[in-house]
Design a protein around this ligand. Structure first.
Ligand SMILES: CC(C)(COP(=O)(O)OP(=O)(O)OC[C@H]1O[C@@H](n2cnc3c(N)ncnc32)[C@H](O)[C@@H]1OP(=O)(O)O)[C@@H](O)C(=O)NCCC(=O)NCCS
Length: 168
């Protein structure tokens, strides 16, 4: 499969805004922190700073990458180079999403496979992946990549049940 992960470009604004709307139905933020009012050029610059490690105190260095197949955007990955308390409890090292029209073709599995290699290049030897307990697709993707369920992690009463897996 020729799926390529690449950084965001200035010309990606329409596809990113459309993807943000499309994934809202899954309650999933495709374009992290992008609002309808966000200035696009500033948004891209912010992601570039985040990739370079220039982040505010409540953020960690991270790479936001679009997944393309034959020049068509099919999904995205967010690869956190470190964890903070929130990511340790909720977000994990790697988040991914695939556009509805491109699902069930192995793209998420390939996005995760490539993301794990990129995470390792940033020093992440053991990657934390999290997902909702009822997200059968994501569970299959993580377990297919060899994710080991962390049974020790307690679920708090005020959040929906989530699973935490380690890979590596
Ligand atoms: C979950 C998601 C990423 C799966 O993407 P995808 O590209 O369809 O996944 P893949 O094609 O790589 O599927 C991998 C496996 O999951 C299974 N799978 C995928 N979607 C599934 C679903 N909705 N229900 C059950 N199994 C599913 C596939 O059958 C496949 O299993 P197999 O290898 O045994 O055949 C996609 O549905 C999505 O983006 N959802 C919204 C965002 C989201 O939930 N992101 C993950 C947050 S943790």
């Amino acid at each position: 499969m020729d799926l390529r992960l690449r950084p965001l470009r200035l010309e990606d604004e329409p596809v990113m805004r459309a993807a943000q709307q499309a994934l809202a139905a899954d309650d999933f933020e495709f374009a992290i922190d992008l609002t309808p009012d966000s200035d696009w050029a500033q948004y891209v610059a912010m992601l570039n700073r985040q990739h370079a490690g220039d982040v505010p105190a409540d953020r960690v260095p991270a790479s936001f990458l679009l997944a393309e197949v034959d020049g068509v955007v099919v999904g995205r990955a967010s690869i956190r180079h470190q964890l903070n308390d929130w990511l340790l409890a909720h977000g994990g090292h790697i988040g991914y999403g695939v556009l509805p029209g491109h699902r069930r073709r192995g793209y998420a599995s390939e996005i995760l496979r490539q993301s794990l290699i990129i995470a390792r290049a940033h020093g992440v030897d053991r990657a934390l992946l999290t997902c909702d307990d009822d997200n059968a697709g994501s569970i299959a993707v993580i377990e297919g990549a060899g994710g080991r369920l962390d049974p020790e992690w307690p679920c708090s009463d005020d959040t929906p049940p989530r699973r935490r897996y380690w890979i590596g």
